[in-house]
Ligand binder design. Structure first.
Ligand code: NAP
Length: 336
Protein backbone atom coordinates (compact mmCIF):
# COMPACT_ATOMS: atom_id res chain seq x y z
CA UNK A 1 0.00 0.00 0.00
CA UNK A 2 1.34 3.45 -0.84
CA UNK A 3 2.14 6.08 1.78
CA UNK A 4 -0.64 8.23 0.27
CA UNK A 5 -3.30 5.63 0.79
CA UNK A 6 -1.97 4.93 4.30
CA UNK A 7 -2.26 8.61 5.15
CA UNK A 8 -5.74 8.70 3.64
CA UNK A 9 -6.69 5.66 5.73
CA UNK A 10 -5.40 7.39 8.88
CA UNK A 11 -7.29 10.61 8.14
CA UNK A 12 -10.52 8.93 7.21
CA UNK A 13 -10.51 6.88 10.42
CA UNK A 14 -10.54 9.98 12.62
CA UNK A 15 -13.88 11.12 14.01
CA UNK A 16 -15.02 14.40 12.48
CA UNK A 17 -13.17 13.92 9.18
CA UNK A 18 -15.38 14.20 6.13
CA UNK A 19 -16.05 11.06 4.13
CA UNK A 20 -15.82 8.22 6.63
CA UNK A 21 -16.26 9.56 10.18
CA UNK A 22 -16.18 7.51 13.36
CA UNK A 23 -14.63 4.13 14.04
CA UNK A 24 -13.64 2.16 10.96
CA UNK A 25 -16.07 -0.64 10.18
CA UNK A 26 -14.70 -4.19 10.34
CA UNK A 27 -16.42 -7.38 9.18
CA UNK A 28 -15.54 -10.55 11.12
CA UNK A 29 -15.89 -12.94 8.22
CA UNK A 30 -16.16 -16.10 10.35
CA UNK A 31 -16.40 -17.08 13.99
CA UNK A 32 -13.27 -15.68 15.66
CA UNK A 33 -11.74 -16.18 19.10
CA UNK A 34 -12.76 -13.82 21.94
CA UNK A 35 -9.07 -12.86 22.20
CA UNK A 36 -9.44 -11.22 18.79
CA UNK A 37 -13.14 -10.29 18.88
CA UNK A 38 -13.00 -8.46 22.25
CA UNK A 39 -10.45 -5.80 21.21
CA UNK A 40 -12.00 -5.59 17.73
CA UNK A 41 -15.36 -4.71 19.29
CA UNK A 42 -13.72 -2.07 21.50
CA UNK A 43 -11.71 -0.40 18.77
CA UNK A 44 -13.91 -0.68 15.69
CA UNK A 45 -17.49 -0.83 14.53
CA UNK A 46 -17.58 -4.63 14.41
CA UNK A 47 -20.02 -6.57 12.26
CA UNK A 48 -20.00 -10.26 13.14
CA UNK A 49 -20.66 -12.49 10.09
CA UNK A 50 -23.36 -10.09 8.93
CA UNK A 51 -23.07 -11.43 5.35
CA UNK A 52 -24.27 -14.81 6.67
CA UNK A 53 -26.75 -13.73 9.32
CA UNK A 54 -28.55 -10.77 7.67
CA UNK A 55 -27.90 -10.28 3.93
CA UNK A 56 -30.07 -7.16 3.70
CA UNK A 57 -28.29 -5.44 6.62
CA UNK A 58 -24.98 -6.57 5.12
CA UNK A 59 -25.82 -5.00 1.75
CA UNK A 60 -26.63 -1.73 3.52
CA UNK A 61 -23.41 -1.79 5.60
CA UNK A 62 -21.05 -3.06 2.86
CA UNK A 63 -20.09 0.39 1.48
CA UNK A 64 -18.56 1.35 4.84
CA UNK A 65 -16.75 -1.96 5.59
CA UNK A 66 -13.05 -1.07 5.38
CA UNK A 67 -11.52 -4.14 6.97
CA UNK A 68 -12.10 -7.86 7.22
CA UNK A 69 -10.95 -9.78 10.30
CA UNK A 70 -10.34 -13.47 9.66
CA UNK A 71 -8.71 -16.59 11.06
CA UNK A 72 -6.38 -18.99 9.27
CA UNK A 73 -9.37 -21.16 8.43
CA UNK A 74 -11.65 -18.35 7.21
CA UNK A 75 -12.84 -18.10 3.63
CA UNK A 76 -12.91 -14.79 1.76
CA UNK A 77 -13.71 -15.69 -1.85
CA UNK A 78 -13.58 -13.23 -4.76
CA UNK A 79 -17.38 -13.12 -4.79
CA UNK A 80 -17.47 -11.68 -1.23
CA UNK A 81 -14.57 -9.30 -1.93
CA UNK A 82 -16.66 -8.08 -4.87
CA UNK A 83 -19.40 -7.07 -2.42
CA UNK A 84 -16.97 -5.00 -0.29
CA UNK A 85 -16.31 -1.86 -2.35
CA UNK A 86 -14.52 0.00 0.49
CA UNK A 87 -12.24 -2.88 1.53
CA UNK A 88 -8.71 -1.74 2.46
CA UNK A 89 -7.25 -4.49 4.62
CA UNK A 90 -7.77 -8.13 5.57
CA UNK A 91 -6.19 -9.04 8.92
CA UNK A 92 -5.82 -12.80 9.29
CA UNK A 93 -5.14 -14.15 12.78
CA UNK A 94 -3.11 -17.11 11.56
CA UNK A 95 -0.14 -17.72 9.27
CA UNK A 96 -2.04 -19.71 6.62
CA UNK A 97 -4.29 -17.65 4.37
CA UNK A 98 -5.24 -20.18 1.69
CA UNK A 99 -8.94 -19.37 2.21
CA UNK A 100 -8.42 -15.71 1.28
CA UNK A 101 -8.50 -14.75 -2.40
CA UNK A 102 -5.43 -12.52 -2.24
CA UNK A 103 -5.56 -11.67 -5.97
CA UNK A 104 -9.14 -10.42 -5.61
CA UNK A 105 -8.15 -8.34 -2.55
CA UNK A 106 -5.22 -6.82 -4.42
CA UNK A 107 -7.40 -6.07 -7.43
CA UNK A 108 -9.68 -4.17 -5.02
CA UNK A 109 -6.65 -2.25 -3.69
CA UNK A 110 -6.75 -4.06 -0.33
CA UNK A 111 -3.77 -5.51 1.49
CA UNK A 112 -3.75 -8.89 3.31
CA UNK A 113 -1.83 -9.40 6.57
CA UNK A 114 -1.18 -12.59 8.60
CA UNK A 115 0.63 -13.62 11.80
CA UNK A 116 3.84 -15.51 10.96
CA UNK A 117 6.58 -16.64 13.40
CA UNK A 118 4.69 -16.18 16.70
CA UNK A 119 3.21 -19.70 16.34
CA UNK A 120 6.30 -21.58 15.11
CA UNK A 121 7.08 -23.15 18.49
CA UNK A 122 3.57 -24.41 19.15
CA UNK A 123 3.05 -25.97 15.73
CA UNK A 124 6.49 -27.59 15.82
CA UNK A 125 5.86 -28.88 19.35
CA UNK A 126 2.59 -30.42 18.19
CA UNK A 127 4.27 -32.04 15.17
CA UNK A 128 6.77 -33.78 17.46
CA UNK A 129 3.94 -34.70 19.82
CA UNK A 130 2.03 -36.35 16.98
CA UNK A 131 5.16 -38.18 15.81
CA UNK A 132 5.74 -39.58 19.29
CA UNK A 133 2.05 -40.30 19.84
CA UNK A 134 1.76 -42.22 16.58
CA UNK A 135 5.05 -44.10 17.00
CA UNK A 136 4.57 -45.02 20.65
CA UNK A 137 0.77 -45.34 20.36
CA UNK A 138 0.19 -43.04 23.33
CA UNK A 139 -3.58 -42.52 22.90
CA UNK A 140 -4.09 -46.29 22.48
CA UNK A 141 -1.88 -46.93 25.53
CA UNK A 142 -3.95 -44.47 27.55
CA UNK A 143 -7.16 -46.21 26.45
CA UNK A 144 -5.57 -49.57 27.34
CA UNK A 145 -5.00 -48.53 30.95
CA UNK A 146 -8.37 -46.84 31.35
CA UNK A 147 -10.25 -49.85 29.98
CA UNK A 148 -8.56 -52.17 32.50
CA UNK A 149 -6.88 -54.11 29.69
CA UNK A 150 -3.43 -53.90 31.27
CA UNK A 151 -4.63 -55.96 34.24
CA UNK A 152 -6.77 -58.23 32.05
CA UNK A 153 -4.40 -58.89 29.15
CA UNK A 154 -0.92 -57.90 30.31
CA UNK A 155 1.57 -55.78 28.39
CA UNK A 156 0.65 -53.94 25.19
CA UNK A 157 2.13 -54.95 21.84
CA UNK A 158 5.53 -53.37 21.26
CA UNK A 159 5.63 -49.98 19.54
CA UNK A 160 8.00 -48.12 17.25
CA UNK A 161 11.21 -46.27 18.23
CA UNK A 162 11.38 -42.62 17.17
CA UNK A 163 14.85 -41.51 18.28
CA UNK A 164 17.42 -41.99 15.52
CA UNK A 165 14.79 -42.56 12.80
CA UNK A 166 14.68 -40.75 9.45
CA UNK A 167 12.54 -37.61 9.38
CA UNK A 168 11.37 -36.18 6.05
CA UNK A 169 9.89 -32.68 6.20
CA UNK A 170 7.68 -31.40 3.38
CA UNK A 171 8.04 -27.60 3.58
CA UNK A 172 11.20 -26.03 5.04
CA UNK A 173 9.89 -22.59 5.98
CA UNK A 174 9.55 -20.97 9.41
CA UNK A 175 7.75 -23.91 11.03
CA UNK A 176 9.57 -26.61 9.04
CA UNK A 177 12.84 -25.31 10.46
CA UNK A 178 11.44 -25.37 14.02
CA UNK A 179 10.35 -28.99 13.48
CA UNK A 180 13.81 -29.91 12.16
CA UNK A 181 15.53 -28.40 15.22
CA UNK A 182 13.36 -30.48 17.51
CA UNK A 183 13.79 -33.66 15.46
CA UNK A 184 17.57 -33.18 15.65
CA UNK A 185 17.31 -33.31 19.42
CA UNK A 186 15.85 -36.82 18.97
CA UNK A 187 18.94 -37.79 16.98
CA UNK A 188 16.89 -38.08 13.79
CA UNK A 189 18.46 -37.67 10.36
CA UNK A 190 16.67 -34.92 8.46
CA UNK A 191 15.88 -34.39 4.80
CA UNK A 192 13.29 -32.09 3.27
CA UNK A 193 11.52 -31.02 0.14
CA UNK A 194 10.25 -27.56 -0.84
CA UNK A 195 9.92 -25.71 -4.13
CA UNK A 196 13.63 -24.88 -3.92
CA UNK A 197 16.65 -25.94 -1.84
CA UNK A 198 17.43 -23.67 1.10
CA UNK A 199 20.94 -22.29 1.55
CA UNK A 200 20.37 -21.51 5.25
CA UNK A 201 19.74 -25.05 6.54
CA UNK A 202 22.17 -27.96 6.93
CA UNK A 203 19.61 -30.61 5.91
CA UNK A 204 19.57 -32.58 2.67
CA UNK A 205 17.22 -31.38 -0.07
CA UNK A 206 15.21 -33.96 -2.01
CA UNK A 207 13.45 -32.78 -5.16
CA UNK A 208 10.05 -34.50 -4.76
CA UNK A 209 7.72 -35.58 -1.96
CA UNK A 210 7.65 -39.11 -3.40
CA UNK A 211 11.45 -39.44 -3.34
CA UNK A 212 11.53 -37.96 0.18
CA UNK A 213 8.83 -40.38 1.38
CA UNK A 214 10.83 -43.35 0.02
CA UNK A 215 13.72 -42.51 2.34
CA UNK A 216 11.73 -41.43 5.43
CA UNK A 217 10.36 -43.23 8.49
CA UNK A 218 8.33 -40.14 9.42
CA UNK A 219 6.97 -37.80 6.74
CA UNK A 220 5.91 -34.47 8.28
CA UNK A 221 3.84 -32.03 6.23
CA UNK A 222 4.16 -28.28 6.88
CA UNK A 223 3.47 -26.43 3.61
CA UNK A 224 0.73 -23.88 2.94
CA UNK A 225 -2.62 -25.18 1.64
CA UNK A 226 -4.24 -23.97 -1.58
CA UNK A 227 -4.00 -24.91 -5.23
CA UNK A 228 -0.19 -25.24 -5.28
CA UNK A 229 -0.12 -28.10 -2.77
CA UNK A 230 -3.55 -29.73 -3.27
CA UNK A 231 -3.28 -33.53 -2.95
CA UNK A 232 0.51 -33.30 -3.12
CA UNK A 233 0.49 -36.36 -0.86
CA UNK A 234 -1.34 -38.94 -2.97
CA UNK A 235 -1.44 -42.74 -3.25
CA UNK A 236 1.98 -42.84 -4.91
CA UNK A 237 3.68 -40.85 -2.15
CA UNK A 238 1.99 -43.00 0.50
CA UNK A 239 3.17 -46.19 -1.24
CA UNK A 240 6.69 -44.74 -1.24
CA UNK A 241 6.44 -44.02 2.52
CA UNK A 242 5.77 -47.71 3.02
CA UNK A 243 4.22 -50.02 5.56
CA UNK A 244 6.38 -48.89 8.47
CA UNK A 245 6.15 -45.20 7.59
CA UNK A 246 4.22 -42.66 9.67
CA UNK A 247 2.57 -39.59 8.11
CA UNK A 248 2.14 -36.45 10.24
CA UNK A 249 0.07 -33.58 8.86
CA UNK A 250 0.16 -30.19 10.61
CA UNK A 251 -0.15 -28.25 7.32
CA UNK A 252 -3.62 -28.24 5.78
CA UNK A 253 -6.06 -31.08 5.07
CA UNK A 254 -6.04 -30.20 1.37
CA UNK A 255 -2.36 -31.18 1.05
CA UNK A 256 -3.32 -34.87 1.43
CA UNK A 257 -5.66 -36.93 -0.74
CA UNK A 258 -7.70 -38.03 2.28
CA UNK A 259 -9.42 -40.95 0.49
CA UNK A 260 -6.02 -42.28 -0.59
CA UNK A 261 -4.75 -41.86 3.00
CA UNK A 262 -7.68 -43.81 4.45
CA UNK A 263 -7.10 -46.62 1.89
CA UNK A 264 -3.39 -46.66 2.73
CA UNK A 265 -4.08 -46.87 6.47
CA UNK A 266 -6.81 -49.51 6.13
CA UNK A 267 -4.68 -51.69 3.87
CA UNK A 268 -1.44 -51.32 5.82
CA UNK A 269 0.27 -49.52 2.94
CA UNK A 270 1.58 -47.08 5.56
CA UNK A 271 2.16 -47.79 9.25
CA UNK A 272 0.25 -44.98 10.92
CA UNK A 273 -0.57 -41.29 10.99
CA UNK A 274 -0.85 -38.29 13.28
CA UNK A 275 -3.26 -35.70 11.93
CA UNK A 276 -4.08 -32.18 13.12
CA UNK A 277 -5.82 -31.09 9.91
CA UNK A 278 -8.47 -32.64 7.67
CA UNK A 279 -10.06 -32.15 4.26
CA UNK A 280 -13.46 -30.99 5.51
CA UNK A 281 -13.05 -29.67 9.05
CA UNK A 282 -14.60 -30.17 11.53
CA UNK A 283 -15.96 -33.30 9.86
CA UNK A 284 -13.59 -36.26 10.07
CA UNK A 285 -14.61 -39.34 8.06
CA UNK A 286 -15.95 -42.24 10.11
CA UNK A 287 -13.49 -44.62 8.40
CA UNK A 288 -10.59 -42.51 9.68
CA UNK A 289 -12.06 -42.28 13.17
CA UNK A 290 -12.43 -46.06 13.25
CA UNK A 291 -8.70 -46.72 12.78
CA UNK A 292 -7.04 -47.41 16.15
CA UNK A 293 -3.46 -46.74 15.01
CA UNK A 294 -4.17 -43.18 13.86
CA UNK A 295 -3.83 -40.20 16.20
CA UNK A 296 -6.41 -37.48 15.55
CA UNK A 297 -6.47 -33.98 17.05
CA UNK A 298 -8.82 -31.10 16.17
CA UNK A 299 -6.60 -28.51 14.44
CA UNK A 300 -4.80 -27.40 17.61
CA UNK A 301 -1.40 -26.53 16.10
CA UNK A 302 -1.29 -23.02 17.57
CA UNK A 303 -3.91 -23.54 20.28
CA UNK A 304 -2.17 -22.41 23.45
CA UNK A 305 -3.23 -19.35 25.42
CA UNK A 306 0.05 -17.47 25.03
CA UNK A 307 0.41 -18.14 21.31
CA UNK A 308 -3.19 -17.29 20.46
CA UNK A 309 -2.74 -14.05 22.45
CA UNK A 310 0.41 -13.23 20.45
CA UNK A 311 -1.44 -13.99 17.21
CA UNK A 312 -4.39 -11.76 18.17
CA UNK A 313 -2.01 -8.98 19.23
CA UNK A 314 -0.20 -9.13 15.87
CA UNK A 315 -3.43 -9.19 13.85
CA UNK A 316 -4.68 -6.16 15.83
CA UNK A 317 -1.32 -4.41 15.41
CA UNK A 318 -1.64 -4.77 11.64
CA UNK A 319 -5.12 -3.24 11.69
CA UNK A 320 -3.98 -0.48 14.05
CA UNK A 321 -0.96 0.35 11.88
CA UNK A 322 -3.12 0.49 8.77
CA UNK A 323 -5.67 2.88 10.26
CA UNK A 324 -2.88 5.01 11.78
CA UNK A 325 -1.22 5.32 8.39
CA UNK A 326 1.87 3.44 9.58
CA UNK A 327 3.76 0.61 7.90
CA UNK A 328 2.08 -2.78 8.23
CA UNK A 329 3.78 -5.29 10.58
CA UNK A 330 3.33 -8.49 8.59
CA UNK A 331 1.73 -8.26 5.16
CA UNK A 332 1.61 -11.57 3.24
CA UNK A 333 4.44 -11.94 0.67
CA UNK A 334 2.12 -11.15 -2.28
CA UNK A 335 1.27 -7.75 -0.72
CA UNK A 336 4.79 -6.60 0.20
P1 NAP B 1 6.49 -20.61 5.24
O1 NAP B 1 7.59 -20.07 6.08
O2 NAP B 1 5.95 -19.81 4.13
O3 NAP B 1 6.99 -22.03 4.68
C1 NAP B 1 6.27 -22.77 3.74
C2 NAP B 1 7.16 -23.85 3.15
O4 NAP B 1 6.35 -24.65 2.28
C3 NAP B 1 8.32 -23.28 2.33
O5 NAP B 1 9.48 -24.02 2.58
C4 NAP B 1 7.85 -23.50 0.88
O6 NAP B 1 8.90 -23.77 -0.01
C5 NAP B 1 7.04 -24.78 1.03
N1 NAP B 1 6.13 -24.91 -0.09
C6 NAP B 1 5.20 -24.03 -0.52
N2 NAP B 1 4.58 -24.51 -1.62
C7 NAP B 1 5.14 -25.70 -1.88
C8 NAP B 1 4.94 -26.68 -2.89
N3 NAP B 1 4.02 -26.50 -3.84
N4 NAP B 1 5.70 -27.80 -2.86
C9 NAP B 1 6.63 -27.97 -1.90
N5 NAP B 1 6.87 -27.09 -0.90
C10 NAP B 1 6.12 -25.98 -0.91
O7 NAP B 1 5.23 -20.98 6.13
P2 NAP B 1 5.17 -21.42 7.68
O8 NAP B 1 5.06 -20.23 8.53
O9 NAP B 1 6.25 -22.42 7.96
O10 NAP B 1 3.72 -22.14 7.68
C11 NAP B 1 3.48 -23.22 6.81
C12 NAP B 1 2.02 -23.62 6.83
O11 NAP B 1 1.72 -24.33 8.01
C13 NAP B 1 0.99 -22.51 6.82
O12 NAP B 1 0.81 -21.94 5.54
C14 NAP B 1 -0.25 -23.24 7.29
O13 NAP B 1 -0.92 -23.83 6.20
C15 NAP B 1 0.33 -24.35 8.18
N6 NAP B 1 0.02 -24.10 9.60
C16 NAP B 1 -0.78 -24.97 10.28
C17 NAP B 1 -1.08 -24.74 11.61
C18 NAP B 1 -1.94 -25.70 12.40
O14 NAP B 1 -2.63 -25.26 13.30
N7 NAP B 1 -1.88 -26.98 12.11
C19 NAP B 1 -0.60 -23.60 12.25
C20 NAP B 1 0.22 -22.73 11.53
C21 NAP B 1 0.53 -22.99 10.21
P3 NAP B 1 9.65 -22.59 -0.81
O15 NAP B 1 10.29 -21.76 0.26
O16 NAP B 1 10.66 -23.32 -1.63
O17 NAP B 1 8.60 -21.86 -1.56
Amino acid sequence: MSQDSRTRAADEGKPGKPGKPGKPCVLAVSKLMPLYMGPLAERYELLERLHETDPAAFAAAAPRIRAVAASGESRLPAELVGRLPALEIVAVMGVGYDGIDVAACKARGAVVTHTPDVLNDDVADLALGLMLSAARQLPAADRYVRAGEWAAKGAMPLARKMSGARCGIVGMGRIGKAIATRAQAFGMSIAYTARSAKADVPYRYVASAEALAAESDFLVLITPGGAGTKHMIDARVLRALGQKGILVNVARGSVVDEDALIEALEQGIIGGAGLDVFANEPNVPERLRALPHVVLVPHIGSATTSTRQAMADLALANLGAHFAGQPLKTPVPECR
